[in-house]
Design a protein around this ligand. Structure first.
Ligand SMILES: *[C@@H]1O[C@H](CO)[C@@H](O)[C@H](O)[C@H]1NC(C)=O
Ligand SMILES: *[C@@H]1O[C@H](CO)[C@@H](O)[C@H](O)[C@H]1NC(C)=O
Ligand SMILES: *[C@@H]1O[C@H](CO)[C@@H](O)[C@H](O)[C@H]1NC(C)=O
Ligand SMILES: *[C@@H]1O[C@H](CO)[C@@H](O)[C@H](O)[C@H]1NC(C)=O
Ligand SMILES: *[C@@H]1O[C@H](CO)[C@@H](O)[C@H](O)[C@H]1NC(C)=O
Ligand SMILES: *[C@@H]1O[C@H](CO)[C@@H](O)[C@H](O)[C@H]1NC(C)=O
Ligand SMILES: *[C@@H]1O[C@H](CO)[C@@H](O)[C@H](O)[C@H]1NC(C)=O
Length: 366
């Protein structure tokens, strides 16, 4: 008898970690916390295990990014990250994120300095939920949402997510630097969905290089109300009158069989991607569609200096994403920065310079 009990105890102890992993309901209690370490850092998983919330290592500098990613894909693809106004909330090793009742998620450095918080203005948080849609939700005791990552997007939208008027996506600096970059997708107050370059740090938006033109035209109620990425994986501007402006026509993959996302890339391309859930071996994201068709031509003087910066030549790769090179005799200012630098000045400003200054600037640029 004693033997049986001990055996049972032993086996249930042995099984515990496995069953916790398999049966998580995605719920996170107030008081729960995560620590930024490379060793045994177990993130908060959604019930299906498709999405994880936690710390992602950034490069090899013992820095981490509080983020959400696809937990089953070997190559980490981040769909949301904690960010301040313009900077990503980068956390040194040993930082913690706590779920608190009154301040939501609070990220602190090992020294106790507050690096970021979700900040909820009203209500008391009962728990957090890492949802199977990829949405991390803070809710009150009645399961009303008080804060969610879907309402605070970074550069990516997921099926089930919508963007209201004045809602936007911001590109990152580069593939590996998550601070705010030079491109933005904005659903304007007039209902138009536009892509534009922005001037940092003022955030001034230049003339759009892509627009759906979903404004109040001749047909009543044709202005855009929200950008909808529905759970079937269709992305469209929903008009006030119920009409839809589809961003991609006739191209769709099954949302049941594929992971699907729409990302504003660091080079200004807004693209929808998919990856089969039943992948084997090496796997990478496939582009379903992207906008604009030719970003090298679309971004002209009026929409800010070209994608590549002054005096450098923009060409499209096979996947319509831009690459930059210098005319013969010049070399890139920063050889690692393949789409120019962030501190460029406008074409107009260059034109105002003296001829000598222009020449020097052009030599420096490339
Ligand atoms: C989720 O599981 C936790 C324990 O792991 C439990 O306290 C909580 O009530 C569960 N939530 C739901 C919605 O089932
Ligand atoms: C986070 O939780 C840990 C462990 O419970 C605790 O030591 C720490 O003080 C908490 N930090 C905050 C900001 O609540
Ligand atoms: C959570 O995910 C379910 C599907 O798994 C979805 O129906 C629901 O709308 C999501 N809730 C939120 C708040 O995102
Ligand atoms: C990312 O880029 C910004 C702006 O160029 C810079 O200030 C920051 O230090 C970079 N972050 C990292 C982790 O390299
Ligand atoms: C998503 O949108 C497409 C295109 O408008 C529509 O055919 C489909 O029924 C929608 N899916 C859901 C779940 O509403
Ligand atoms: C994945 O699923 C699709 C159908 O959804 C099927 O056609 C394909 O053969 C499957 N691939 C693998 C590697 O199992
Ligand atoms: C996966 O891709 C990487 C880089 O493209 C390559 O080095 C590696 O050999 C590939 N692995 C397999 C199993 O194909």
């Amino acid at each position: 008898m004693a033997f049986t009990v001990r055996l049972l105890l032993f086996s249930s102890l042995f099984l515990l970690p496995v069953s916790v992993f398999a049966q998580t309901n995605g719920s996170i209690a107030v008081g729960d916390f995560l620590t930024a370490t490379t060793a045994n850092s177990s993130p908060w998983l959604s019930p299906s295990g498709d999405f994880a919330f936690g710390f992602s290592p950034l490069g090899s500098n013992d820095l981490f990014l509080l983020s959400i990613w696809y937990a089953k894909i070997p190559d980490r693809t981040i769909v949301w990250h904690a960010n301040g106004d313009n900077e990503a909330a980068v956390a040194p090793k040993g930082s913690t994120v706590n779920l608190t009742a009154n301040s939501g998620l609070v990220l602190r450095s090992p020294q106790g300095e507050e690096l970021w918080k979700s900040g909820t203005s009203v209500g008391v948080i009962a728990n957090g939920v890492m949802n199977d849609t990829g949405n991390f939700v803070l809710q009150d005791r009645n399961s009303e949402s008080l804060w969610e990552t879907f309402n605070n997007p970074t550069d990516t939208m997921l099926p089930g997510q919508t963007l209201e008027r004045s809602g936007k996506l911001s590109s990152r600096q580069s593939e590996t630097n998550y601070s705010k970059g030079r491109f933005q997708l904005l659903l304007q107050e007039d209902g138009n969905l536009v892509l534009s370059t922005i001037n940092l740090p003022t955030n001034f938006a230049n003339e759009p290089y892509y627009a759906t033109d979903t404004t109040s035209g001749t047909v009543a109620g044709s202005e855009g109300k929200e950008l909808v990425f529905n759970v079937s994986g269709y992305l469209y501007v929903l008009r006030e009158n119920g009409g839809k402006y589809n961003l991609a026509v006739g191209e769709v993959v099954s949302a049941r069989d594929n992971y699907i996302r729409a990302t504003l890339n660091f080079d200004g391309i807004f693209a929808q991607y998919y990856l089969p859930k039943n992948f084997t071996g090496n796997v990478s994201w496939t582009i379903l569609w992207s906008e604009p068709d030719n970003i090298c031509q679309r971004i002209t003087e009026s929409s800010g200096v070209g994608v590549c910066g002054y005096n450098s030549i923009c060409t499209l790769k096979g996947d319509k994403r831009p690459t930059c090179r210098c005319p013969t005799g010049f070399s890139l200012l920063d050889p690692n920065d393949h789409i120019g630098d962030a501190n460029r000045i406008s074409y107009k400003a260059v034109k105002k310079m003296s001829l000598v200054a222009q020449k020097i600037y052009m030599m420096l640029r490339c």
